[in-house]
Design a protein. Structure first.
Length: 314
């Protein structure tokens, strides 16, 4: 069986189009499947639509989280509840084309445990988004030992064997692309051109993108911590040069009573200290969240609630 997992947040206008496309594709494939919609605290008619589909089609499972937990947690919820021999995670706005599902399955049947899709281009993507995305992946791969495929997305297939290992990663600040990239197993990529959204606008705001980018860096690399040492060293070196200069001015008799020197020293060391504390604070904040050992998510509704509930984490 194939499990198709789709997190949705205020996607009322896209639910039926995505369902029709996936259903048509899976009927052609001829394999048993389940389509798991994970409603991530939507405020429109998304929950109503997915519950209607679940009542009409036994292949559909409608899961609603108790509140908005974010895209990565919603994906994790669907992966935890899946029953398939392989899972396919994808967005429900039609930018992850359902027509690629047969090719993903074919690569899996060839023996690959993880099939990662890679966006070549995205229709209507701004120049700013393309440049920042490319720069981010270069940065990630430069500072992290965990490989992240440039242009990679959360549109991928995972074998149950790889998924069972993924499910042991329970950190709250999740960057699934980084986790999957470091799993190993036999992986391959599949390129595609992402079409424009079928309807509505992206719910992934700049703030959410920056938050995900920060999670990706902090959860996959300790280089920022090491950078604080280097910044402190450079600040100390600049301070030594300044001290030498002040001594020279004093010997030459051209010193000005110490206001300027004090201000410069405060600027150098104050900025370095604040930068270091800020980076340390990010890591300590993550440690604080993990020590609470709270569940990653909890459900408000599950259309298949008679089945064993595996939603709560250890």
């Amino acid at each position: 069986m194939i499990s198709i997992i789709t997190p949705v947040y205020n996607e009322e206008e896209n639910i039926n189009c995505f369902y029709d496309a996936v259903t048509a594709v899976m009927n052609q494939v001829g394999m048993d499947y389940e389509l798991i919609y994970v409603n991530d605290g939507s405020r429109d008619g998304t929950e109503r639509e997915i519950n209607r589909l679940a009542a009409a089609d036994p292949h559909v499972r409608a899961v609603s989280l108790a509140r908005n937990f974010g895209h990565q947690i919603a994906l994790t919820c669907g992966m935890d509840l899946s029953r398939g021999d392989a899972i396919i995670t994808m967005d429900g706005d039609m930018q992850h084309p359902p027509a690629l599902i047969p090719e993903l399955i074919a690569r899996w049947q060839e023996g690959y445990d993880i099939v990662q899709t890679v966006r070549e281009t995205t229709e209507n993507a701004s120049l700013f988004k393309r440049i920042t995305s490319a720069a981010y992946y270069k940065l990630m791969n430069a500072i992290s030992a965990t490989p992240v495929v440039p242009g990679g997305s959360d549109f991928r297939l995972m074998d149950r064997k790889a998924l069972s290992i993924f499910q042991k990663f329970r950190e709250h600040s999740r960057f699934i692309r980084g986790i999957v990239g470091g799993l190993g197993f036999r992986q391959t990529t599949l390129s595609f051109k992402a079409p424009a959204r079928h309807a509505g606008t992206s719910k992934f705001s700049l703030r959410k993108m920056l938050h995900l980018a920060m999670d990706g860096i902090i959860t996959n690399s300790t280089v920022p911590l090491r950078m604080t040492f280097y910044l402190g060293f450079l600040g100390a070196f600049a301070g030594v040069i300044l001290i030498v200069y002040v001594c020279y001015c004093h010997i030459a008799g051209i010193t000005v009573p110490g206001w300027s020197t004090t201000v410069i020293l405060l600027a150098i060391f104050g900025s370095v200290n604040l930068m270091a504390l800020g980076i340390l604070g990010e890591y300590i904040g993550r440690i604080f969240e993990e020590t609470k050992q709270r569940p990653l998510y909890w459900l408000a509704h599950d259309s298949k609630e008679t089945e064993p509930d595996r939603s709560l984490t250890k």
